[in-house]
Design a protein around this ligand. Sequence first.
Ligand SMILES: NC(=O)c1ccc[n+]([C@@H]2O[C@H](COP(=O)([O-])OP(=O)(O)OC[C@H]3O[C@@H](n4cnc5c(N)ncnc54)[C@H](O)[C@@H]3O)[C@@H](O)[C@H]2O)c1
Ligand SMILES: O=C(O)C(=O)C[C@]1(C(=O)O)C=C[C@@H](O)C=C1
Length: 370
Amino acid sequence: MADDTGAGRVRVVGTGLIGASLGIALTRAGYDVVLHDPSPTASALARDLGAGRLASADDPEPDLVVVAAPPDVAGPVVAAELDRWPGAVVTDVASVKEAVAAAVAAAGADLTRYVGSHPMAGRERSGAMAARADLFEGRAWVVVPGASSAPAAVDLVRRVAEAVGSVVTVMAAAEHDAAVAVVSHVPQVAASLVAARLRDLSDDAVALAGQGLRDVTRIAASDARLWTQILAGNAAAVRSVLHEVRADLDDLLAALDALTGTDADAAPAPGALQVVARSITDGNTGQARIPGKHGGGPTSYASVVVVVPDRPGALASLLVDIGDAGVNLEDLRIDHGLGLPFGLAEVAVLPTAVEHLHTALAERGWRVHD
Ligand SMILES: NC(=O)c1ccc[n+]([C@@H]2O[C@H](COP(=O)([O-])OP(=O)(O)OC[C@H]3O[C@@H](n4cnc5c(N)ncnc54)[C@H](O)[C@@H]3O)[C@@H](O)[C@H]2O)c1
Ligand SMILES: O=C(O)C(=O)C[C@]1(C(=O)O)C=C[C@@H](O)C=C1
């Protein structure tokens, strides 16, 4: 790496969502980024989006190679890059770490220059067109050294992750895989299973969908090829969490059976309501532990719901009015009821700003929900 500011040469291999986002962020941070992808269209598209320049045969050796290829090929690609660039550090960003490290080791590569990693940032869309310059800002980035990784190699991967705004956590591969099974992989399964219930639902019933369903199912739009590889690559850890979920579901089902009397053999169990309530309160406890950005404590925002007419410029003028009221917008969601001539904008702000914003928007003629 050229200097302490982090500027240096990075080669990104695999220029889809993550590779292109990283290329854009590193280019903006002053790095010299070269891009390679077996799909020439994918690498040229990433270049067009500002992620770097195309790799060529006479490229000098990079300081760092970042392999952002699908999980099932990440190991062999890392090994090939370690062989090709004998002085470079190589990392990968695959969502599973033990399987990739095992594949790199099995290929007989130089493990002193390999450090696994995993940015906990992504989207439910694939490919460079979904790339975002700020994708990694304020997000955790797990750095996963192996037993043989050189400290200088670990340090380089850490610096690059920090250069794109991530907050670095160092973990062993097994610890990482167990953690992401709970915080990433099972949530994907849960979202997919819930969304699958909608497949055969009538249009009238689907039309009732509100924010709760949207919150729970955003990632059900994720890429099946990628997630099949992730779930297969972390099968042991994922199945163990799913067995725990199944035990909780069995308890809930037994309680609901008792409440509906559908289980002819079961006496209406005293305590059934308590089981139902506990399934919600246990979720409250878990949800409250989810940290905010930058690894800080959870931030609670309050929402103000505003009716936005379905006409060009209406949302823009709402945002202007929020700014004019001197209120900082923390988040914004639009709920657009099917066939309705308006949308509902859920404006997230600090709880202390709610009353003032409510009054200010009402004064400017907005219909604000109580
Ligand atoms: N999508 C996410 O939210 C997310 C988040 C963090 C990490 N990751 C990990 O990042 C990696 C890339 O995921 P993505 O979402 O960017 O996928 P993507 O499908 O958007 O991009 C993958 C790219 O890899 C290329 N590729 C395929 N085979 C290759 C090979 N043999 N060598 C080099 N490149 C190859 C593809 O052409 C494609 O351009 C995966 O390992 C994934 O687990 C994904
Ligand atoms: O936000 C999303 O769309 C994601 O699913 C991102 C997410 C996650 O679970 O947080 C998904 C998989 C990656 O390995 C890392 C990040």
